[in-house]
Design a protein around this ligand. Sequence first.
Ligand code: SF4
Ligand code: SF4
Length: 100
Amino acid sequence: MTVLQPHLAAEVGVDESFNAEACMNCGICSAICPMDIPHLPRELFRYVELGMRDEVLAHQETVFSCLLCKLCDVNCPAGVHIADNVRSLRHYFNRSVFRI
Ligand code: SF4
Ligand code: SF4
């Protein structure tokens, strides 16, 4: 059973910087990603927005394999700050999983 955490997006972006609400699920980011990361940002960010913590934590490899190159950012028609969101997710993993 999936337990939802309604405030997960606020926890991930402690300064309210996590922004994925405007995503239109167009797929441009996935198509141009040099790492061929299929889950970013559409699937993973949606899990954050929906408060699906277990699903977010299951994508640890995805979060840490991003190059933060921002190719996705500059081509996103919705202005989603994808790389900054990934950075926030890494901090979230550090705080809540690795306890550092
Ligand atoms: S390019 Fe932007 S709007 Fe399109 S799926 Fe990626 S994050 Fe969403
Ligand atoms: S910032 Fe990350 S997700 Fe975006 S294109 Fe670069 S490697 Fe892919």
